[in-house]
Design a protein around this ligand. Structure first.
Ligand SMILES: NC(=O)C1=CN([C@@H]2O[C@H](COP(=O)(O)OP(=O)(O)OC[C@H]3O[C@@H](n4cnc5c(N)ncnc54)[C@H](O)[C@@H]3O)[C@@H](O)[C@H]2O)C=CC1
Ligand SMILES: O=C([O-])CC(=O)C(=O)O
Length: 260
């Protein structure tokens, strides 16, 4: 697993008593190794380079942010190790996306896009771009869950008293401008009509109970709307707890006899 922040810790906890999947190593930055060794306990190795991965590693799960996908993604895939990512928004960079695709194609590994904080991408991906005429995404979070995003420079977040649209544009712009809030946007885009043809609104809503994701899609095969009202992780209010459970599910499904 790459990273040991809010999502990664919840994944580790979620799998501690699991017989199906086991986190063997955590890949973190060199400067963080000592502190993270204390936090993980003895059941996990703490490493700071892809070279230190066990040679029989089957799957790497990224829970660390866009920079981590850039730093390690291609190297991992080129070794034939499949990579699951939650920091999907980084794929709005076409050059990186292509480099990861090439690395995976060359080794036979897979780049796996996790659903993360949202439900519904299975239906959109099943329909496919040829069967979708429109896909939109609206994300709502309490105003202070947008702290640390570009919205902080444009709005007085603490003073917001009614639902306020912070961003309106394409999935590509949203993913680039909101790297810690719009990863699900990228997942919707990749499942459906792509980064430039998915309309996105990001809203600060003082009445929001947690992080709400609304997806709407239309086409000859379906008329689709799905809302996920996710509760945040205590360790990071901008991140929905479901993101970690989505990763736990992905890891369990790697070895499950019956896979749902
Ligand atoms: N797809 C989805 O539904 C969601 C995706 N995310 C993505 O997950 C990322 C992590 O989220 P949280 O765990 O809530 O954040 P966090 O800030 O609690 O944890 C991130 C961890 O990654 C580590 N890290 C950063 N750069 C690294 C690198 N180059 N190498 C190794 N470790 C590195 C940090 O030290 C930190 O421990 C977010 O930045 C975002 O990209 C977040 C929420 C939902
Ligand atoms: O956790 C969430 O609610 C979604 C999120 O931050 C992201 O997609 O980056």
């Amino acid at each position: 697993m790459i990273g040991y922040g809010a999502i990664a810790r919840a994944v580790h906890t979620g799998l501690r008593t699991d017989a199906q999947a086991l986190i063997r190593q955590v890949l973190v930055r060199e400067t963080r190794c000592a502190a993270i060794r204390q936090a993980t306990g003895d059941d996990v190795g703490v490493i700071s380079s892809v070279d230190a991965l066990h040679t029989d590693t089957r799957f790497v799960l990224e829970c660390a942010g866009h920079e981590a996908v850039r730093a390690y993604g291609a190297e991992i895939l080129a070794r034939g190790i499949s990579l699951g990512i939650v920091s999907v928004g980084v794929l709005a960079d076409d050059e990186l996306h292509e480099a990861l695709r090439r690395a995976a194609a060359g080794s036979g590994a897979q780049l796996v896009i996790l659903p993360g904080a949202i439900g519904g991408t299975d239906a959109i991906a099943a329909a496919g771009p040829e069967n979708l005429t429109m896909v939109t995404y609206t994300g709502r979070k309490p105003p202070m869950a947008w702290a640390g995003s570009p919205a902080e420079d444009q709005f007085d977040l603490a003073g917001i008293t009614e639902p306020t649209v912070l961003f309106s544009g394409t999935a590509r712009e949203a993913a680039r401008q909101y790297p810690k809030n719009a990863n699900v946007v990228a997942t919707v885009a990749l499942a459906g009509r792509g980064f430039d043809d998915t309309k996105v609104s990001l809203v600060a809503d003082p009445g929001a109970n947690g992080n709400t994701h609304e997806i709407a899609a239309r086409g000859p095969l379906l008329d689709f709307s799905f809302t996920t009202g996710g509760r945040p992780l205590a360790a990071n209010p901008r991140t929905s707890a479901l993101t970690a459970m989505s990763a736990v599910r992905t890891l369990r499904n790697l070895t499950g006899t019956v896979v749902v």
